[in-house]
Ligand binder design. Structure first.
Ligand code: MTE
Length: 320
């Protein structure tokens, strides 16, 4: 195992000490930035999404929590109004309103392929059967912005253990629902729909890999992938596929939407790696939504201690 990467153990469900508690709204108030300030609207898009001129921030954000590096969770408003979800729109700010009427009830997830016990779960079975826990994770988008998100969900391994992968299963393939009548972006012929993603089986079984069903203690909003989406925090955000209906265990590397669209830019692994630039931009730093200054990007998004061992001996520039 390569121990050269900087990271710290995850202890995401720690209760936030009261002394550290400070809502972002209170912070903005204290800084004199709330209440019709045009300053924020003129900044980067993620910041502008919070408060528009002449408008107060919404009351929805909840208590700020902190990740294990001591960074605060991103405001609820930003997490839910700055979204990548090409099934609805390529415009981040448009996704929340365009996905408002998306129907997530009833919902089933089929788990099949190279397994001994294939199963189709109703979303209510998954919520009832597997203990939902909170995981506060950094989300690092390949576009070089990031957030800290308090997800609720359960480990992907708990579902995979139930269906019992056979010895031939090497990869897991995920598929988003295909409903072009409800998801106008699925008419976009630049992409091969439905959205697909994949993980190696050991990555899928890693304790950090979860299926999320909520955020900030509330059910997952449509724009964030309701009713169930993958979260793989050491990989670029596009691996964390939304609105999953199929999970298939397979023997070969699955094809993925972004790799199919542009293989030179988006590899199968897509581990966060500040040393491997995207062909069109650097990945050495990132803009944390809600902050003004850029910050350095951490190898494996700061989760090296938990995941670097899975890639021992691999050339991570070649295997991007
Ligand atoms: N899943 C689907 N089905 N469709 C998408 O367009 N976008 C991905 C990922 N999952 C996407 C998706 C990208 S590029 C990112 S960065 C994250 O979702 C964004 O998740 P968020 O909107 O919850 O922050």
């Amino acid at each position: 195992m390569n121990n050269n990467y900087k990271s710290v153990p995850v202890n995401s469900s720690e209760i936030t000490p009261y002394s550290q508690y400070l809502s972002r709204r209170e912070f903005l108030k204290a800084a004199g930035l709330l209440g019709g300030s045009a300053l924020l609207a003129a900044c980067a898009p993620g910041v502008a999404a919070t408060v528009l001129p002449g408008e107060e921030a919404s009351e929805s954000p909840v208590e700020v929590k902190f990740d294990e590096l001591g960074d605060p969770t991103t405001a609820y408003e930003d997490i839910t109004h700055y979204n990548n979800y090409y099934e609805f729109s390529a415009g981040k700010e448009a996704v929340a309103s365009l996905s408002k009427d998306f129907n997530t009830n009833p919902w089933t997830v089929e788990v099949y392929g190279l397994v001994k016990q294939p199963k189709t779960y109703g979303i209510e079975d998954l919520l009832g059967k597997f203990t939902q826990e909170e995981r506060i994770y950094r989300l690092r988008c390949v576009e070089a912005w990031s957030m800290v998100i308090p997800w609720t969900g359960f480990t992907l391994s708990s579902i995979l253990n139930e269906v019992e992968p056979t010895s031939d299963a090497q990869f897991v393939r995920f598929e988003t629902v295909y409903r072009p009548e409800e998801m106008q972006g699925q008419g976009n012929s630049l992409f091969t729909w439905p959205y697909q993603e994949g993980l190696r089986l050991d990555e899928a079984m890693n304790n950090l890999t979860i299926l999320a069903t909520g955020l900030y203690g509330e059910p997952l909003p449509n724009q964030n992938g309701a009713p169930i989406r993958l979260v793989v925090p050491w990989k670029y955000g596009f691996k964390s596929i939304k609105a999953i209906t199929k999970i298939e265990l397979v023997a070969e590397t699955p094809s993925t939407l972004w790799h199919t669209a542009s293989s030179r830019e988006y590899g199968f692994y897509s581990n966060v790696n500040p040393e491997r630039p995207h062909p069109r931009w650097s990945q050495a730093s990132e803009r944390r939504i809600g902050e003004l200054n850029r910050r350095p990007t951490l190898m494996f998004n700061g989760y090296a201690e938990q995941v670097a061992g899975m890639y021992a001996g691999m050339d991570l520039i070649e295997n991007y």
